[in-house]
Design a protein around this ligand. Structure first.
Ligand code: MOS
Length: 750
């Protein structure tokens, strides 16, 4: 079915945080942040700023009644800096004024003195100085050192993948209102309402029950609002709590770009060993993750990197290690794929390197190493319902790889001003939070006495269409019209202790909880119907808002049935709880079964490089994607296409740049290019893999948010293959993004 938000979005009627009409006397917040990336805070003078008319108060760490701490996994991140600053953009003070413009003026009047300390911007640079967050993690399978001795080919190289800006259309922000007895109601643009609630309670030193977090919908999240919506909501709540006034704070784009973390850049090394027959015998990789100045979600992101370090391939001997490195950049954070893409790029780089050195195409290595049924991954999960080979073969056959490669080769023989390149990119992405305890959700369903339905879950709508999927669960279970169902806001007083909407798992977890709740009410209604119609419960079914007995229409409509149930004093509300079965993981052994299932697919990307300019276009992108049995084909296709575009952006044009002092140079859309409709391809085709789907997914409709991002990795290798066709002296490089500048240099490299 169509996304229920489309109509409102197109007409500009959907409500976002900034559309809430502020109460009278609402105050406006603004952060004063560190102008230096590292140093000792010598002096902070807010007196001039606080003296101007309209400035109500400027808060510093001294005003915090509870704990000045927002670190979720590791407590290493103060909300407001105390004696030291660790990144440029770190919040130091929170200005509250009667208008945004007065707050802005006040910001220019704050005086600060910082004694500069050395600045680290690179991951390996941090590692050399032993600047680690947490402990390194290593996954082991077989014995790589033994295995390398048996290999016919061994290749090594270094890899760099750059970060990525989330660039949600809606910047970060929150709006807090004081309620009675010191409690607060706050609307936040967050993927994690409970994270925000917990953060506020901690910083204010009050109970979570005093904080109600409400989320209408987000104008994009992409992981950037999983943990990093919390500081802004917490500052807003702090001001509301202490001033007893409504406070609104929405970051402008420049502040958002400068103050928030991004996808983690990684510096990595690999070693790959193959036998003569191209079987990959051994693979080793060391990943140096640029975590930024605080842990944030970095340890969890790091973990997913090594979970996905062998992508869709079975390799008998694997050793992968990941080091989370502390630098003086804003704390990097969750971003669609959550470390998985950084892992998968490295194995693809290793295969590209091996293919180049051996003098064959990467495809020849990829296809004979694909995962098969019952293969074991480095973390111990035994693969079942494996679709690596089937999705690969479907792409190769349905989109006629043979014909395409012949055409590409013929084109390259005929032309020297333009060269074409082709790459095949398989994906295999694990579904579940890798942190097992997070895999749970709840839903609350009310049937009102007129037969309409209200639904609350822990799912946050951020454009991914989860509300539509939730609506479908209720509509299908009760056999009623979509118009009868309303999706309520995500609210911590209705559904508590939620996991963030993340890990591609939101529809699965919340949908399964919702299905349980709806089914429980349905059972009760069936009992009422059976009594009413004097038949057995098993004979009752519902269809098109009507009760049927043994497939024969009865006298009872849905509406009447609900009214009867009400008179019979039957509960028309239900709360249900769902936890993912089967999954487990033992961190002491680094083995287990962390994922409910995996999502597969294969993309084939063709590019044409302009060898005079270094620019490129994508001629065609052909994908066979494993949706399982898609419950919302339009929404799922949108997710595949959107993720693909975002992946291609990461690989080819989105270039995060900090200078050596830790200053963000790519701080506007004029210096940070994201893909537009012309950047991808005219010729995108995505077809579903024919499969039965997976019972662990809601209605067997597999998670779809993150996996297709990694199809974008193929874009890098397609361009590289075109460069190879032009310049025989080109040395393979694995350094993203592959911008036109880099392509041009590579084309003419001697
Ligand atoms: Mo998502 S990157 O798991 O918020």
């Amino acid at each position: 079915m169509k996304n229920i938000d489309s109509f409102g979005h197109v007409r500009g009627e959907s409500l976002f945080l900034d559309d809430i009409i502020p109460q009278q006397n609402t105050l406006f917040g603004l952060v004063f942040d560190s102008p230096k990336a590292h140093g000792i805070l010598k002096k902070l003078d807010i007196s001039k700023a606080e003296a101007i008319e309209g400035v109500i108060k400027i808060f510093t760490h001294k005003d915090i009644p509870g704990e000045n701490q927002i670190g979720g996994i590791i407590p290493d991140e103060p909300l407001l800096a105390e004696n030291e600053v660790h990144f440029l953009g770190q919040p130091i003070a929170f200005i509250v004024a009667v208008s945004e413009s007065i707050a802005k003026e006040a910001r220019t009047l704050i005086k600060i003195e910082i004694d500069a300390l050395p600045v680290i911007t690179g991951a390996k640079e941090a590692a050399a100085k032993q600047q680690f967050i947490g402990t390194p993690r290593t996954f082991n399978l077989g014995n790589t050192s033994k295995a390398f001795r048996k290999c016919d080919y061994v290749f090594e190289d270094a890899v760099f993948t750059n970060g990525q800006e989330h660039l949600y259309l809606e910047t970060q922000g929150a709006y807090a209102i004081p309620m009675e007895n010191g409690s607060i109601k706050i609307t936040s643009s967050t993927q994690g309402p409970t994270q925000v609630q917990k953060g506020i309670a901690r910083v204010l030193g009050i109970g979570m029950h005093m904080v109600e977090v409400d989320v209408i919908r987000l104008g994009g999240g992409f992981g950037g609002k999983e943990d990093q919506a919390t500081p802004w909501a917490t500052l807003t709540a702090l001001a509301t709590y202490l001033l007893e006034k409504p406070v609104k704070f929405i970051l402008n784009r420049h502040d958002d770009l400068r103050m928030t973390g991004k996808r983690h850049p990684y510096e990595s090394n690999f070693k790959i060993g193959l036998a003569k027959d191209l079987k990959i015998i051994a693979f080793e990789a060391d990943f140096y993750q640029n975590a930024g100045a605080a842990a944030d979600l970095s340890p969890a992101v790091a973990e997913r990197t090594i979970f996905h370090a062998t992508n869709s391939y079975f390799i008998e001997n694997v050793r992968t290690s990941v080091y989370s490195c502390r630098t003086n950049l804003p704390p990097n954070t969750a971003f669609r794929g959550f470390g998985g893409p950084q892992g998968m790029f490295v194995i693809e780089a290793a295969i590209a390197k091996a293919a180049h050195e051996i003098g064959i195409t990467a495809k020849e290595i990829q296809e004979i190493n694909l995962l098969q049924e019952n293969d074991e991954l480095s973390y111990g999960q035994i693969m079942t319902q494996t679709e690596a080979v089937s999705s690969w073969q479907s792409t190769i056959e349905k989109f006629n790889y043979k014909k395409l490669i012949t055409e590409v080769n013929a084109f390259n023989k005929r032309n020297n001003d333009f060269k074409k390149g082709i790459a095949v990119m398989p994906i295999c992405f694990g579904i579940s939070f890798t942190n097992t305890p997070m895999n749970h959700a709840r839903a609350l369903v009310h049937i009102y006495q007129d037969g309409t339905v209200g639904i609350s879950t822990g799912a946050v709508e951020m454009g991914q269409g989860v509300n539509t999927k939730m609506l479908q669960v209720a509509v299908q279970t009760f056999a009623i019209e979509p118009e009868k169902v309303k999706l309520e806001t995500t609210n911590t007083t209705r559904v508590a202790n939620t996991s963030p909407s993340a890990a591609s798992s939101t529809a699965d977890l919340n949908g399964k909880a919702l299905l349980k709740a709806c089914s429980a009410i349905l059972e009760r209604l069936k009992t009422v119907a059976a009594q009413e119609l004097k038949v057995n419960e098993e004979e009752i079914s519902l269809l098109n808002e009507w009760v049927y007995v043994n497939s024969k229409k009865s006298s009872l409509s849905w509406k009447k049935l609900v009214a009867k149930a009400m008179l019979a004093r039957i509960a028309l509300s239900e709360k249900a709880h769902y936890t993912t079965p089967v999954i487990h993981f033992d961190k002491t052994k680094e083995k287990g079964h962390p994922f409910a299932y995996h999502v597969y697919g294969t993309a084939m990307i063709t590019t044409t490089v302009d060898c005079t300019r270094g620019t490129y276009v994508f001629d065609s992108i052909k994908i066979v994607h494993d949706y399982g049995k898609s419950m919302s084909e339009g929404i799922d296709l949108g997710q595949v296409e959107g993720a693909l575009a975002q992946g291609i952006g990461w690989m080819t044009m989105e270039e995060i740049a900090y200078d050596k002092s830790g200053l963000l140079l790519s701080n506007a859309l004029s210096t940070y290019k994201i893909p537009d409709i012309f950047s991808i391809a005219d010729n995108i085709e995505v077809i579903p893999l024919e499969t039965d789907g997976n019972e662990m997914a809601i209605f067997k409709s597999k998670a779809v948010g993150e996996p297709p991002l990694m199809y974008g990795i193929g874009a890098y290798f397609a361009i590289q293959n075109a460069i190879k066709a032009y310049n025989p002296n080109y040395t393979l490089k694995f350094h993203t993004p592959m911008t036109p500048e880099k392509v041009l240099m590579s084309l003419y490299e001697k």
